[in-house]
Structures are given as C-alpha cells and as structure tokens.
Design a protein around this ligand. Sequence first.
Ligand SMILES: Cc1ncc(C[n+]2csc(CCOP(=O)(O)OP(=O)(O)O)c2C)c(N)n1
Length: 375
Amino acid sequence: MIKPETFVNYLQKKGINFFCGVPDSLLKEICFFINENLGSKYHKITANEGSAISLATGYYLATNKVPLVYLQNSGLGNAINPLLSLCDKSVYKIPMILLIGWRGEPGSIDEPQHIKHGEIQETFLKTIDVPYEIIDNKFVDYTLISNLINKSKKESRPVALIIKKNTFSNFKIKSKSTANINLMLREKVLKEILSSEIKNEIFVTTTGKTSREFYELRKNNNQILNKDFLTVGSMGHCSQIALGISMFNKNDVYCIDGDGSVIMHMGALAINGTSKLKNFKHIILNNGSHESVGGQPTVGKEINFTKIAKNCGYKKSKKVSNFIELKKGIKWLNENKGPLLLEILIKNGSRSNLGRPQESPYTNKINFMNNIINE
Ligand SMILES: Cc1ncc(C[n+]2csc(CCOP(=O)(O)OP(=O)(O)O)c2C)c(N)n1
C-alpha cells in the first residue's frame, strides 16, 4: 500500500501544490491527509467535480502551475463539460492532474451504481483524450507519475491517475472535532421519521448511507409495502427526482437529502421553491460533512439553508436540532402545504455493520412504481 503522505509529498516535490475535488471512499485516506496538512488556500472541497475542474483552472490561470483535482469516477459526469469545453486542447489547453477513484473496476465487487462507470473508465478517458496511468497498492515506479506530470506541463493538457481500491494505507486523523457531539445521529432521525405520522408517504432518499439506513430501518420494521425511491447513485439529484414525482402524483412527496448532496447541485432549490408544489416536502440532514465517504467537511454548517430555501421561493422553512423540535418539525411538514424545507442538524456517524439494499435497483423501481401509480 502507498502511504498518503509519501504520495502527496512526491506530488509536491514535482510542483503540484494545489488540490481540490469531491471526496470518494477509495480516496478517503489521501483526502484526510490533504485536509489535515494543507491550508485552506491550497485545498478546497468543491460543490461538485465540474466546479473542481474550474477552480483548478482558475488556480492555473493565476499561477501558471499545475493543480490536482481528486474525484470518484462517477464525478467525471459532472466534470465532462469543463474538461471538454474549457480544458481541452481545442479550447484553452489547461494542464491538470486528475486523481480518479476507480469504483466498479471490472472483476471487483461493487454496487450497481458503479458498474457502468467502472466498466467504461479507461475507454472514457481514451475517448476524451486524457492520457492516464493506473495506480494500485503494488505501485512502485514513480517515474510513470513524473512522466505524466511532465506531459501535462509540456503539452498543457489534463492527465489522469486512476486509483484502484485499497491503494492507500490508513491515515490517522489527529484533529477529531467534538463540536456537534450533542446533535442527533442520522439513523435515529430516520427512525423517528419512520415511526411518525408521515411514514406511509412517498419518500425519495439521497445517495450514500441515508438510503442504506432508510432501507434497513424499513426492513427491520417489516414495512415492506412502502413507497421509497432510493437514489443510490446520481448524487445531488434526488430533490429533482422527488419534484418530478410530486408534479405527477397527488400525494405528499418527502425528499430526504444530505447537505453535501444539496450543495452539489444547489440550483435545484430554485426550481423546487418556484414550483409552488403543495405536496413537495424537502428534508436536509445536515451533518456538515460527506459522512458516507469518510466524513470530509462540507460548508453545510456555514451556510443558511432555511434562508436560502425561503429566498428560492419555498413557502416555509424551519431548522431543528433536537428530538423535541424534530417531532414538531415532522408534524409541521405533515400539516403544512409545500414547498417546505425542514433542515435537521445532525452529527457525524453511522454503524460499521450497515447493510445495503438486497434487491436490485430495477426491482426497487418496479415495486415503487407499482405502489405509487394508480393507488
Ligand atoms: C458525482 C458524485 N461524486 C461523489 C460521490 C461520492 N459520494 C457518495 S455519497 C457522498 C457524500 C454525500 O454527502 P451528504 O449528501 O452530505 O450525505 P452524508 O454522506 O453526509 O449523509 C459522496 C461524496 C458520488 N456518489 N457521486
């Protein structure tokens, strides 16, 4: 395995001093190291991967130095537009290093939402003409990286390092924040929602552990004939899925979102708010982090989601931070007309033995549609 510090120190020696991106579980250790050891001027966790490409471009324009963008391969979907219409050789020719976590690598076992991304990983980079090297835990030949960086500089173009699973060894974080210790855990909040008066409504849940916990709680409660759509991939898009459903279904639709996911495509709030849909009810579980992929910080606790929602046209918005307020908040969502936003402040944390949906996404889709259409 490669020590994150060895890897980053090597890149720094090669003149790579600016890092930005969206965290990924395969890159968790290196993200922890970067976050802890680089100041905020030289490291930014961005809203989405397209933003990271653009921020890195700004750094290059201001310094004439090569930046690094880290991302999960699913983030290439967000990155593709600036990669092709900003950085490509037919446009501005921007040098940068992409550090891409290879989820769904063919031959490995991974979740359904990663299979296609993993399968096309290499073809994709070849198609968009980004030269790459593949790095795994046996990697020793650093000249390959050095040659790639030189290529990026000399030819002024993006290049990529594809990172396989288990490439980096553990990095022990020194500074564990205790700031939110008294807040509720996400799973307890979901449990409360599923034992409340809204448990039989339509739910659309966000990417990562929220959907996994929601699914497991339903199973444990034997609530099998439910109307839940689990957004297993497509981070940042669950509120638009929910909005689409609420436009064409008369029942209340509850979207359970995460702060990182909302920030990723925050423009959706403007469309939700101005929709004036009375049955659209949005919940943001705000832990100020990308908890599902390691707990790297977001700016979720530095911004005011309730004010943003109000200014985007939501009819009402409310913030809660303990169980008494949460119970009232759920009642409030149930009794008022939307678009509504309930922000729930929570702390980081989840069970290490958390499972994953046993049925395929396709089966879940069929069940969901059977349960909501013509009921
Ligand atoms: C486009 C894209 N980028 C990155 C990821 C990796 N990823 C999965 S869940 C997640 C964190 C989501 O954060 P948040 O919405 O705040 O929810 P939390 O995990 O904190 O519950 C990330 C970064 C992804 N699935 N898709």
